[in-house]
Design a protein around this ligand. Structure first.
Ligand code: NDP
Length: 293
């Protein structure tokens, strides 16, 4: 029941209507009996600082942040957690005592996904990373902390891949000789991916749909392909990876869950009801699949 005491939280991004966060977080508030509501706000790039000021003025409990605002929001808030500082990106903002504090729960989210990959482990493996944006930085840190052997980064803007190599090196997580950086180009890809056992797509576009990968090539070492996206449920990159290479295909739903659990704690100060959130996501995904059939 929404009343005069209901606290408001939400997510800002553009686009944002595809997000499953409202379904997941509202289910969690209900399960815990918390008088909170979670909404999606579509905020255009040019309106970010105005929207952030409005969130503080309206005394919202806090909010999640998604593309394209994760980096730019830093200049609009008062302080950062150590993870947000390290990653140079924020995906959760808490508003307390008149101050906006930014956190990053994406790394925790990807670690959760890695822990739930049904007997597969990245430890000691070569990993190929497509993309070098904000999410890729969090994913790289999680991979390095999980003990991978080598990370091959493929990105259109090569400087961003190089920045990830520096980040891992400077923080003592992966030596420069254990990382490499390549243009996103289907000719270089087969050799440069260095017999990776895991291929992780963090691009905001689909590399198969856009013709960026050598579709007809078979990668026999591949154990799993992961894509951070989850909606719409049919992901051409994952469909190609499992059909062509016979590997396990994993979408970004577990990462969303893992980061959502951490965000819930930040927004409410309470332990998150993980199973309730997981069930809400599964139900929503099944609904989307039904709609697209
Ligand atoms: P960014 O905008 O920071 O990065 C986008 C990436 O995609 C960059 O590597 C960019 O390359 C690349 N890219 C975009 N357009 C093109 C194109 N036309 N051709 C080649 N490369 C392109 O986004 P994020 O890192 O924040 O998010 C990436 C994806 O991950 C999104 O789909 C997002 O929804 C998803 N995500 C999922 C999460 C989850 O919980 N499941 C959590 C976080 C993100 P370049 O550097 O050259 O611009």
């Amino acid at each position: 029941m929404i009343d005069g005491c209901t606290k408001t939280a939400g997510i800002i991004g553009d686009p944002v209507s595809h997000s499953f966060s409202p379904v997941m977080q509202n289910a969690a508030f209900r399960a815990k009996g918390l008088n909170y509501v979670y909404l999606a706000f579509c905020v255009a790039k040019g309106n970010l600082s105005e929207a952030t000021r409005a969130i503080a003025a309206l005394n919202l409990a806090g909010f999640n942040v998604t593309s394209p605002h994760k980096e730019n929001i830093i200049s609009c808030i008062h302080e950062l957690s150590p993870e947000a500082e390290l990653l140079g990106a924020v995906n959760t903002v808490a508003f307390r005592d008149g101050r906006l504090k930014g956190f990053n729960t994406d790394m925790a989210g990807f670690l959760y996904l890695l822990q739930n990959m049904s007997l597969l482990s990245v430890k000691g493996e070569n990993v190929c990373l497509l993309g070098a944006g904000g999410a890729a930085r969090a994913v790289s840190l999680a991979l390095a902390k999980s003990g991978i052997e080598h990370l091959a980064i493929f990105n259109r803007t090569v400087e961003k891949g190089e920045a990830i190599r520096e980040l891992l090196h400077k923080n003592g997580l992966l030596d420069l000789k254990k990382t490499s950086q390549w243009p996103l180009d289907k000719k270089t890809f087969p050799e440069a991916m260095q017999n990776s056992a895991f291929m992780i797509n963090t691009l905001s576009i689909d590399p198969i749909e856009k013709g960026l990968l050598p579709e007809n090539e078979k990668f026999s070492y591949l154990k799993a392909a992961v894509d951070l996206r989850y909606n719409p449920p049919e992901i051409p990159f994952l469909q190609w990876a499992s059909a062509k290479n016979g590997c396990t295909a994993i979408n970004g739903l577990d990462m969303l869950l893992g980061q959502g659990v951490e965000s819930f704690k930040i927004l409410t100060g309470q332990k998150a009801p993980l199973q309730v959130m997981k069930d809400a996501l599964a139900k929503n995904l099944a609904g989307q699949q039904g709609e697209s059939e």
